[in-house]
Design a protein around this ligand. Structure first.
Ligand SMILES: Nc1ncnc2c1ncn2[C@@H]1O[C@H](COP(=O)(O)OP(=O)(O)OP(=O)(O)O)[C@@H](O)[C@H]1O
Ligand SMILES: [Mg+2]
Length: 298
């Protein structure tokens, strides 16, 4: 891939929409595609950290140390069980950064300055944001090249996201003019309900191409994997959940590198590294539901 990482913030101020699940599994899918991926846990809840099997250790270098300039970003990077996937872990002490940085100079640029020093070491840097439009999320959005918004297909989905879109606009004006919207991904999705289909049609009208084709189904493996400290593609590579995040990573990589770079090698690497021999069938199935599936009762 390129010699400068793309930094993607996974953000939505609404709680429980699948930010952490998306951040962990997207970063793991990039790693499985043989690109160098770094997950940065920007949430004091530290769910990405725990979900990758790291105990919550206040003495370990963490996102807090990095934000407070107590260490170089590179010193806080930890390898994970998955080759090509690293993490900067968090601890609940990160909540303090919100307060301690309030009066600091360039308080919105702390993360940007330090993550820029890692751009040469990675292809993708994924930031897991807290469920608030606070100084931590602001730092993530200022550091990022793009924001990826996980959403559930609910009736008031658009109302919920308008505040985030306003924030993104304001950040573009004042702090980070080149911030893009990477896309909107529907999580915990059940396309068999009328409601989901209606909401999807609305979102498609509103977001156009920014709505990812890939949707993430509700899948129990995705919910179980963090309790084993593993990304879904390590815990159960053939689960629909793991496959859907691999598809999402492919969709992002395909968009980024245009027709060619999404090409064969990457696709094959994804298949082999992550899901094994029968994956091609499974993903094929996933992408083109049979008539029968389409006609399941509502
Ligand atoms: N596709 C899915 N299928 C089943 N369960 C899911 C799925 N996505 C997320 N979950 C579960 O839903 C809950 C919320 O997900 P997650 O922690 O990823 O959301 P979040 O947006 O990061 O939450 P917070 O706002 O608290 O940080 C978790 O228990 C998670 O395991
Ligand atoms: Mg979370």
């Amino acid at each position: 891939m390129s010699n400068s990482a793309r930094i993607i913030a996974v953000a939505n101020q609404k709680g429980g929409v699948g930010k952490t699940t998306t951040a962990i599994n997207l970063a793991a899918s990039f790693a499985a595609a043989e690109t160098r991926a770094l997950l940065v846990d920007c949430d004091p809840q530290s769910n990405s950290t725990g979900g990758l099997g790291f105990l919550r250790d206040p003495d370990r270098l963490s996102t807090y140390s990095v934000l407070m300039a107590d260490c170089a970003a590179a010193d806080a990077v930890q390898p994970t069980e998955l080759e090509n996937l690293s993490i900067i872990p968090a601890h609940k002490n990160l909540i303090g950064a919100n307060l301690e940085l309030v009066d600091a100079e360039n308080r919105e640029f702390r993360l940007r300055g330090t993550l820029d020093t890692l751009r040469a070491d990675f292809d993708f840097i994924v930031l897991d944001c807290p469920p608030a439009l606070d100084l931590l999320t602001l730092n993530a959005l200022v550091a990022a090249d793009s924001v990826l918004i996980p959403m559930q297909a609910e009736y008031f989905a658009l109302e919920g996201v308008s505040e985030l879109l306003d924030t993104i606009d304001r950040i573009r004006l004042a702090l980070n003019p080149s911030l893009e919207i990477e896309g909107v991904v529907l999580t915990m999705y059940d396309d068999r309900t009328n409601l989901a289909q209606q909401v999807t049609a609305e979102l498609k009208k509103f977001f156009g191409d920014k709505l990812f084709k890939t949707t993430i189904p509700r899948n129990v493996r995705l919910a179980e994997a963090p309790s084993y400290g593993k990304p879904a593609l390590v815990y159960d590579a053939r689960s629909r959940g793991a496959e859907s995040y691999i598809k999402l990573a492919k969709e992002i990589m395909g968009r980024l590198s245009g027709a060619r770079a999404a090409g064969k090698k990457t696709t094959e690497a994804l298949m082999e590294a992550a899901v094994g021999a029968s994956a091609e069938d499974a993903i094929e199935r996933e992408m083109s539901p049979t008539r029968e599936e389409e006609k399941q009762p509502q």
